[in-house]
Ligand binder design. Structure first.
Ligand SMILES: NC(=O)c1ccc[n+]([C@@H]2O[C@H](COP(=O)([O-])OP(=O)(O)OC[C@H]3O[C@@H](n4cnc5c(N)ncnc54)[C@H](O)[C@@H]3O)[C@@H](O)[C@H]2O)c1
Length: 361
């Protein structure tokens, strides 16, 4: 029987319930504590999911039995909590993005390396049945040599339904930092790292109006671009187009498509673990739905944590790695930099493609 890895969760908000529920489905994970700056939230989650201990973040970080801290705080707190966890001798798994500023993320990765600790980061959706099926098809040559990719995440923004949407319109928010990690992580794990980018951005609406909750009717001053177009040149040769937007009422674009010399692959929503995966080949001249590999297709957030725990026990690299998340963070910033400065920018970061999932993983 494999040994359990004890984990502690910091940040007991919206997404924590999913992690707490799914973590129980992995034999390797044991959630021993959860913490939040709002003590009642930690207590409520501990009671709901049978976590033995609800405590303060400081108490959780001082708990000697915890090996991995899972950081589910808002993006602005990611770097600080991660640094404190690493300083306390624990490996860290952050929700996305890895940090808001590149320098904070680099500091985090350096400290982890010095202390022989791990840094992991969401999203882990690329480890699910849908995107792993795409990976297998590409690696097996089903579309020949990948030559181009498109990825689109367009909507009108979260303020109609989200009761506290201000942070979406401040630095570190916007459609790219909020949703870009899913799309860029999918593209990088399918096609490898990006070597050069350019971009164009726009802030189409200087003001937003909150549409629900106690702040309904309040105005938000928009501080960042909300329509971001990126052009990605992958080191392996393909060229990609990525659009993320909070400015678009409706569209009919796909989520992700990969175009190859011998066919086209339609990938699923990268914010999910399942399908559909569709393949178009010139012999058939029609779309075929491809059966998914027998991997997790349901919402499995914390799969990346389980993979990291298993990797720590066996000494192999983990898949949702700090290096992958750093390349994605660097890409998101560099697209904005290129747009602001009117440049094509050569990336200084890169990463290995994580190993594909083995079916018995
Ligand atoms: N909500 C979602 O559907 C969703 C989905 C995927 C990823 N995420 C990511 O998960 C993270 C959390 O999102 P959320 O929606 O759960 O946010 P949330 O605001 O609902 O919850 C965050 C929690 O962290 C706590 N917190 C804030 N600062 C803290 C600190 N310094 N120490 C300890 N606790 C602190 C807050 O009190 C709050 O309870 C974000 O990075 C987000 O991008 C969210």
């Amino acid at each position: 029987m494999q040994q359990k890895t004890k984990i502690g969760i910091v940040g007991c908000g919206n997404i924590s319930g999913t992690y707490l529920k799914v973590a129980k489905t992995f034999d390797i994970l044991e959630v021993v504590a959860c913490a939040d700056v709002i003590a009642e939230l930690a207590q409520a989650k501990a009671a709901e999911y049978g976590v033995p201990r609800a405590c303060s973040p400081a108490e959780l970080l001082a708990d000697p039995e915890i090996e991995i801290v899972v950081n589910l705080t808002p993006p602005a707190a990611h770097a600080d909590i991660a640094m404190q966890a690493l300083q306390a001798g624990k490996s860290i798994y952050n929700e996305k993005p890895l940090a808001i500023e590149r320098e904070d993320a680099r500091r985090m990765l350096r400290l982890a390396e010095d202390r022989h600790l791990r840094v992991g980061c969401a999203p882990d959706t690329f480890m699910g049945a849908g995107l792993q099926t795409c990976r297998r098809l590409i690696d097996d040559g089903a579309i020949g040599r990948p030559i181009a990719a498109t990825a689109f995440m367009l909507g009108r923004g979260p303020e109609p339904w989200h009761p506290n949407p201000e942070f979406f319109y401040q630095r570190g928010g916007g459609p790219m930092f909020d949703m870009g990690p899913y799309y860029l992580t999918a593209l990088v794990t399918l096609l490898g790292p990006v070597k050069r980018v350019t971009g164009a951005t726009q802030m189409s609406f200087p003001e937003r109006v909150i549409g629900s909750g106690p702040k309904k009717g309040n105005k938000i001053a928009v501080e960042i671009p909300t329509h971001i177009v990126g052009v990605l040149e992958f080191a392996a040769g393909a060229v990609g187009t990525l659009i993320t937007s909070f400015d678009v009422w409706a569209h009919q674009l796909p989520r992700i498509e990969i175009y190859g010399t011998d066919g086209t692959l339609s990938a699923p929503d990268p914010n999910t673990f399942g399908g559909p995966v569709k393949l178009w080949r010139p012999e058939k001249k029609e779309w075929e739905e491809v059966p998914l590999l027998p991997l997790r297709a349901e919402n499995s957030r914390s799969l990346g944590v389980a993979d990291m725990a298993q990797a720590m026990q066996s000494g192999r690299p983990h898949r949702a790695s700090g290096a992958l998340a750093y390349h994605v963070l660097d890409l998101m910033h560099t697209i904005h930099d290129a747009a602001r400065e009117g440049l094509h920018i050569t990336m200084t970061s890169a990463c290995e493609r994580p190993a594909p999932m083995a079916i018995d993983d």
